[in-house]
Design a protein. Structure first.
Length: 146
């Protein structure tokens, strides 16, 4: 089964209407490496969807997030980025607020953190995708700007 058909089937199984825009935008996100911005999704998909506009990309990624098909990654003042949900490799992110580097954090580490939070606060964290901001090893060693 092709990637596009598999993704369309998953979307349908989750109760979402399968449209050309959703299918092509999902495929574009799936085939691009790393976490990509809406602009990159737009540029990658517009050849196959000539009438596509950036507003459609934003609306579609919101629907796809609601369907649990993509993760959204917020990196401070940077544009929102997207990646395909990978049930085989769930992970969260560490984002350096200085250089913008993104590091993956394995699910086990987040699950352990979530258990500790619930034990101390009785608050249950539902998110399987978490983004934490801070300073990477290189940036935290740089002298502070005056």
């Amino acid at each position: 089964m092709s990637c596009g058909k598999r993704l369309a089937e998953q979307l349908h199984e989750r109760g979402y209407r399968v449209t050309a825009q959703r299918t092509i935008i999902l495929e574009t996100i799936a085939h691009m490496e790393n976490h990509i911005s809406a602009q990159q999704v737009y540029e990658g998909a517009r050849e196959r969807l000539p009438g596509l506009n950036l507003a459609t990309v934003y609306r579609t990624v919101e629907s796809l997030k609601g369907a649990g098909m993509i993760n959204m990654l917020s990196t401070g003042g940077e544009p929102m980025r997207f990646s395909l949900c990978d049930p085989e490799h769930p992970h969260s992110h560490l984002v350096c607020r200085e250089c913008g580097s993104i590091f993956e954090l394995e699910a086990e580490e987040i699950e352990a953190f979530a258990r500790r939070v619930e034990e101390t606060t009785s608050f249950r964290i539902d998110s399987v995708h978490l983004t934490l901001e801070g300073l990477c090893q290189i940036c935290k060693q740089k002298p502070a700007a005056s």
